[in-house]
Design a protein around this ligand. Sequence first.
Ligand SMILES: [Zn+2]
Length: 332
Amino acid sequence: MVSYKKLGLVNTKKMFAKAVKGGYAIPAFNFNTMEQMQAIVQAAVETKSPVIMQVSKGARKYANPTILRYMAEGAVQYAKELGCKKPQIVLHLDHGDSFETCKSCIDSGFSSVMIDGSSLPFKDNIKLTKKVVNYAHKHDVTVEAELGVLAGVEDEVQAEESHYTKPEEVIEFATKTGCDSLAISIGTSHGAYKFKPEQCTRDKKTGKLVPPPLAFDVLKAVEKKLPGFPIVLHGSSSVPQEHVDTINKFGGKLPDAVGIPEEQLRKAAKSAVCKINIDSDSRLAMTAAIRKHFAENPGHFDPRQYLTPAREAMKELYIHKIVKVLGSNNKL
Ligand SMILES: [Zn+2]
C-alpha cells in the first residue's frame, strides 16, 4: 500500500470546495506520455493553478499503470523544481470500471478515483459507487461518480446515445453513495466528433458545424437540488478549429470534427461545475504540431525534433484553457 500523501499528491476535497465558492473549475487533463505530463506541469506551475492529472483505463493499458503512477510522483517533484513551493496535483483514475480497478489505484498512490456506474441501473450504480466510496474514504481518497450517459467514444467507454442526468435522482444518489463529486450529462460528449452533422447547424460563411447548446436548465436543476455540491463535466474539449485545420492541411483527415464552444464551458465553470475534463484538445494540438513539423522538415527522424513543438503546442493549449476557460489561474 502506497499512500498518495507520501508522494506529495492531494485529493480533490479542499480544491473543489474552493472552486465552487470561487466560481471557477479545476482542469482535469488526461495523460499517457511524458511530453503531456511535462506540458501539464509546466502550464500549471506558470499559471499557479491546481491541476488534476488523470489516467483512463486505455492510458493504463498503453503506458502501464506503474509507470503512470511514478510519472505522477515525478510531476510533483518537477513542479517543485520549476519553483512551485506547494504543488496542488491530484492523480485521478478516469472512468474506473470496477471496484477492483479503483482499489488497485487507491493502493498504488492515486488520490482520487472515478467509479463509472452510469451504464448500470440506478440501484446498482448506487451499490457499486458506495462500495468504492467506503474503501476510498478509509484512505482519504476522493470519489467521483456518474449519473446520466454521455455519448461518444473515449478509449473503451462508448455509448451511442446520451441521456441527460435526471435532476430528481441526484439527492438520493449523493446521499446514499457518499460520493465527493458527481459527473453529469448535459450534452457534452467524448471524443473529437461530439455531434453528428444532423444535430448541428452549419455556419454559412465557413461551412463549419455549429453544435447544439449545453442543457444549462438541467445543470441549474441539479444545482438547486444539491447546492454547493461539486459537479463534473466530462467530454469537454472544444476541438479548436485551428488545430483541425492544420491537421487537415498537412495530410490529416478530420472532416466535421466538432466540440463544445469555450464560452459555454466558461459559463459552466462559473457555476457548481468545478472539474472540467479535457483530453481530445491536447491530442489535436499534439498531432497538428507533429504533422506540420513533418511536412516542413521531411528529413527529421529524431523524436525530440517533432515532440518539442508538440509539447510546446500542448503547453500553450493547457495555459489557454486554465486562464481563458476554467479560471483556475492564481488559485494556489
Ligand atoms: Zn469521461
